[in-house]
Ligand binder design. Sequence first.
Ligand SMILES: [Zn+2]
Length: 102
Amino acid sequence: MPESVHQIVNERIAILLGLAEKNAKGHPKRSMRYVELARKLAMRYRIRLGKLKRKFCRKCNRFWVPGFNVKVRLVPRKGKVLYECECGSKAYLIYKGAGRQA
Ligand SMILES: [Zn+2]
């Protein structure tokens, strides 16, 4: 795959996730659709979402807004963060060296 295509798809994913973030509170269904589209693009072009994975729920596609639709708890012993989504799904993500959002 040419590098330029990869780049364009990456940009589209970033845009879609940005829209998902903006609509997470006001239009949750629309927001979930944006996440779904971003994930489909990533899958089709085999793009690794990396850090973006901790931005949404893998089960219901909700874009996570801490304190709104997801509970975030640190599990220092494991060096992980527990994300408890509104849909009931739980995800453990590593936070050590993960950047600004822990
Ligand atoms: Zn969920």
